[in-house]
Design a protein around this ligand. Sequence first.
Ligand code: SF4
Length: 262
Amino acid sequence: MTAALTGPEALPLAEATGKLFLAVRRGLPLTLACGAFLAAALHPEGRGWWLLLGTAALALTWPSLLRGPAYGRQPSAISRQDALWANALRPVARSLGLEDAWIDSFCAYNNRRVRATFQRRRAKKALILLPHCIQLAKCKAPILEDLQTCYDCGLCPVGDYLEASLLNRWEGRITNRSHKAYREARDYRPDLIVAVACGDRLLKGITRLPEVPSYVIHLALPHGMCVDTDFPVPHLLEAMEALVEPRRPPSDVQPLRRGGAA
Ligand code: SF4
């Protein structure tokens, strides 16, 4: 079931983008800085102010250049700034009909940085956050109370996730409210979050939990928001294998395979 992967660079190429967000996040302040320094050269009378503006614009650009350990040392401050850009320009993207593309690009940019951060030193204490809407709506298994009540009937991704989490001894939470997921994350104090949600919730999650690097995976919404959603469990497996120290399972741990149906 698991793919043979060796490191963060092996994660799906679709996640290795984020050019739209990066072009705006880095391009806008850089352009402003260039314009200000040019103005300083051309207008001696207001040179001090132009230089000040140019320097401030360069300072805004700087966090977007930090990668790997440099980001890992101060993820909170950097993520806060990036989330500020993503949220501030979201209405502009919406007015241009690019809201989904904007959020997707921000998430991809974020994932690229998280991959670079854990390239040399994998996370030791990761937490998976999943939304309850991945459970088939008509399924009566009380997985919120006990995930192992899932019959693994194959009708939704919960069964595959349960099997993988038991085999690999992952720490994960399925919640039906965002604030519960945030509380679980703060209580557990992970060094990496791997979160599955729709784009809107992923952006909010990164905004609300800037102190923890979060690798994010988009939900598929074949039946609309919050109903019978889906996500690629192999992508989650790949992310966990690439970013997190394996927790070698004892040989006697086997996934539960139950008879039954939803
Ligand atoms: S029993 Fe089937 S439908 Fe219910 S949560 Fe498990 S896999 Fe999904």
